[in-house]
Ligand binder design. Structure first.
Ligand code: E4P
Length: 218
């Protein structure tokens, strides 16, 4: 399973890269706004900076919601760097745009996916990645991880190439469950990645090893 970080923070992207486990980045308009990035040229420049840090795929989301606007914006984003993946919302015009990008060799990430039916449509349109939002499904008391399982089963039966990118991940447990459910990629905040590191027995064990070493070498 590939690991993407879900942020537009250059510091956090660099921090995750330094762990040596980073395969890519996903962003969205809210994450860009959180970093205070606004205005067309600043946004484009910020994507260039992210692509300079990361070798793997970087999802850059279109703002347009009409077909022509998405195509124009997506082409501009894809031209920034070879590792840019154009992120397109799961709406009617979005599916048309994904089909267009597929035909023209531009890779896509279909975002805001909340059902298996949407997942089938995105795969038929040729999306490179599909982003089901696990945490937001859980937020309405539905089964976010069940959705990943259902899509993984359908994609395996149908032989779709679209990669399942488990998104809206909130904690390290979600990452483990996504791996079990058959996600190809997980995109998560840095806090969830760090959450994977921690276990009280690791801390206690290390403390004891170091104390014994100090005693023996006093
Ligand atoms: C996906 O690519 C989105 O950026 C993301 O995972 C949204 O997650 P949220 O529900 O934490 O905003």
């Amino acid at each position: 399973m590939k690991f993407f970080i879900d942020t537009a923070s250059l510091t956090q992207i660099q921090e995750a890269k330094d762990l040596g486990i980073l395969d890519g980045v996903t962003t969205n308009p809210s994450l860009m706004a959180k970093e205070g990035i606004s205005g067309d040229s600043n946004i484009l420049n910020h994507y260039r900076l992210i692509c300079d840090i990361v070798d793997g795929d970087v999802s850059a989301e279109v703002i347009a919601t009409d077909f022509e606007g998405m195509v124009e914006e997506g082409r501009r984003l894809a031209g920034l760097a070879p590792n840019i993946v154009v992120k397109v919302p799961m709406i009617k015009e979005g599916i048309k745009a994904i089909s267009y990008f597929t035909e023209h060799g531009i890779r896509t990430n279909c975002t805001l996916v909340f059902s298996a039916a949407q997942a089938i449509l995105a795969a038929k349109a040729g999306a490179t990645y599909l982003s089901p939002f696990v945490g937001r499904v859980d937020d309405i008391n539905w089964d976010g991880m069940g959705l990943i399982r259902e899509i993984a089963e359908i994609y395996a039966i149908q032989g779709y190439d679209t990669e399942i990118l488990a998104a809206s991940i909130r904690n390290s447990r979600h990452i483990v469950e996504a791996a079990k459910a058959g996600a190809d990629v997980v995109t998560c905040p840095l806090s969830a990645i760090y959450g994977m590191l921690s276990h009280p027995l690791t801390d206690l064990g290390l403390e004891k090893f170091l104390a014994d070493h100090r005693k023996a070498n006093a």
